[in-house]
Write a protein that binds this ligand. Structure first.
Ligand SMILES: [Zn+2]
Length: 342
């Protein structure tokens, strides 16, 4: 789990994925025939087909795993050195208070993130009930304004900090969305000995702000089949009705039927279900009412693509305590590797 630990602890807000990309590049040396970074920052890695099927033109498969995580950019530094941020990606502000953050300034520094306003000891009834907006939050670096301005500029990326941990049967940390999928993509391709497909794994940028990197990458690659790898909701926790669980942690790889951005190709769904059954890999079919993955952008590229999403069930998504069951992580890796080898 060292690779996953490093991935989740490396910051990469949408538009500033370069550190995550470097971690991936370091891990995949020799795994692909050629790699390049496109103008937006997508890391495109291509492996030629290794199994010749006579009379068939090899199909190109694109596998997308986004590298970015929800985060912030510095938008204001006040006269006392307190920093205001703007979010890149959707946060639930109820989970944002009392976090440690990393600011990628001229050098890396830490701060704490809290909403402006009074602690409950001195707040009025109304003040205690307030739901905060991102714009209410303040980063305190513990440094005087002059020093802050020497290190931090408007536009520097800010990410929440949480060390990776293993809790019970789960891995836990920040940015499990989507570093768990980055991990699974690399580990799956490493397991493929021979494939009839030309395999193009694209570690995409700016998914969390509207699937921005995957579309141009798909246009450039012109694949026959496109597969998104992403985390999805595992709402098998107290306070959520059973029919709204979406997926359940520990019950296997999610094979997506639909979400708010795409409907999976039925033929691909059937193929993955058949292979999961044959290889005895746990899986669950997933319908997610809202939200989407890179499949939404890939499906509508050029004159349309056959797409599907393989999902990694994750509890408490978009918090620093994202929890993924190790069995599900392995199931997604194994299912993708088995399909690519079939
Ligand atoms: Zn994601």
């Amino acid at each position: 789990m060292e690779f996953l630990k490093l991935l989740t602890e490396t910051p990469g807000v949408p538009g500033r994925e370069e550190r995550v990309r470097a971690v991936v590049q370091n891990e995949i040396a020799d795994l692909f025939d050629h790699t390049h970074v496109d103008a937006m920052g997508n890391l495109v890695c291509v492996r030629k087909p290794s199994k010749v099927v006579t009379g068939e033109k090899p199909q190109r498969v694109m596998i997308a795993a986004h590298m970015d995580q929800i985060g912030f950019y510095v938008r204001h530094i006040d006269d006392k050195g307190f920093i205001r941020v703007h979010n890149a990606g959707g946060f639930d502000t109820r989970n944002l208070a009392a976090n440690t953050v990393l600011i990628q300034g001229r050098k890396d520094i830490h701060g704490v993130l809290n909403p402006g306003g009074k602690p409950i000891h001195i707040a009025t009834e109304d003040e205690r009930r307030k739901i905060f907006a991102v714009s209410d939050f303040v980063v305190d670096t513990g440094l005087p304004a002059k020093k802050v301005r020497e290190i931090v500029r408007i536009g520097d990326p800010v990410t929440l900090v949480k060390p990776f941990s293993q809790i019970g049967d789960f891995v836990c940390g920040q940015a499990m969305d989507n570093r768990a999928a980055v991990w699974a993509a690399v580990r799956a391709v490493q397991r493929v000995k021979k494939s009839r497909y030309e395999i193009a794994v694209v570690f995409t940028v700016q998914e969390e702000v509207g699937l921005r990197g995957a579309g141009p990458a798909t246009f450039g690659l012109e694949p026959d089949i496109a597969i998104a790898l992403d985390t999805t909701l595992a709402c098998d926790t107290p306070g959520i009705p059973d029919d709204q669980a979406v997926t359940r942690a520990g019950e296997g790889a999610g094979i997506k039927i639909m979400d708010g951005a795409s409907i999976s190709d039925r033929g691909l769904v059937d193929q993955f279900v058949d292979i999961a059954r044959r290889e005895k890999i746990n899986f669950q079919l997933e319908v997610l009412p809202l939200g989407g993955t890179d499949a939404g952008a890939m499906q509508r590229s050029r004159s349309g693509m056959k797409t599907i999403t393989l999902s990694i069930p994750t509890r408490y998504i978009h918090t620093v305590t994202e929890m993924t069951h190790k069995g599900d992580l392995h199931a997604v890796r194994d299912l993708l590797a088995a399909w690519l080898s079939a």
